[in-house]
Every structure is written in structure tokens, then in C-alpha cells.
Write a protein that binds this ligand. Structure first.
Ligand SMILES: [Zn+2]
Length: 89
């Protein structure tokens, strides 16, 4: 298995990121989320360029990130604000 290094992986932290799990003909055709083991992104037929497949996986992951992790972050941030404001009293 080959894991391609994506730019966002250099950011570090425990932020969920996309992991390529399958390549066909040298093309990344299947990816998953580092935080969600049951989530997979597929680009479909292994034709075209590596860049096209990466950007497809990238946009699928971003959509997943928005739907799942941005929401988590928002609710966690809200919880922290509530906790901080109650501690002051
Ligand atoms: Zn995820």
C-alpha cells in the first residue's frame, strides 16, 4: 500500500485528513478519512490523470470534512464557550 503525502498532512495536529487506501494503474482511486474508518471516497474508473483523481478525492474529503468534522468542531467550540462563561461566576 502506498500512502501519498498530502499538503495538509504537513500541518500536523490531530485534524482528520484523507488517506489514500487504493491505487489502480498508479492512480489514487480510493481514499478514507483518518478519523472515520467506515468512510470511503471513490473516484470511479481508474482513467485520467493522477491530479484529476487527487482533486476528486480532495473535494469528496472536503465535503465529508464539512459535513462531519466542521460540525463537531463547532459544537465543541460552543461547549467550551459555555463552560468558560460558567466558570467565571
Ligand atoms: Zn472523517
Amino acid at each position: 500500500m502506498v500512502i501519498l503525502l498530502a499538503p495538509w498532512e504537513t500541518v500536523g495536529m490531530k485534524k482528520p485528513h484523507m488517506v489514500i487506501v487504493e491505487e489502480t494503474n498508479g492512480l489514487p482511486v480510493r481514499g478514507t478519512c483518518s478519523a472515520c474508518v467506515d468512510v470511503f471516497f471513490s473516484t470511479g474508473a481508474p482513467i485520467g490523470t493522477i491530479e484529476a483523481h487527487q482533486s476528486k478525492l480532495d473535494s469528496l474529503f472536503r465535503e465529508h470534512f464539512r459535513n462531519v468534522h466542521m460540525r463537531e468542531d463547532a459544537s465543541r467550540a460552543t461547549a467550551r464557550v459555555v463552560r468558560e462563561s460558567t466558570q467565571d461566576k
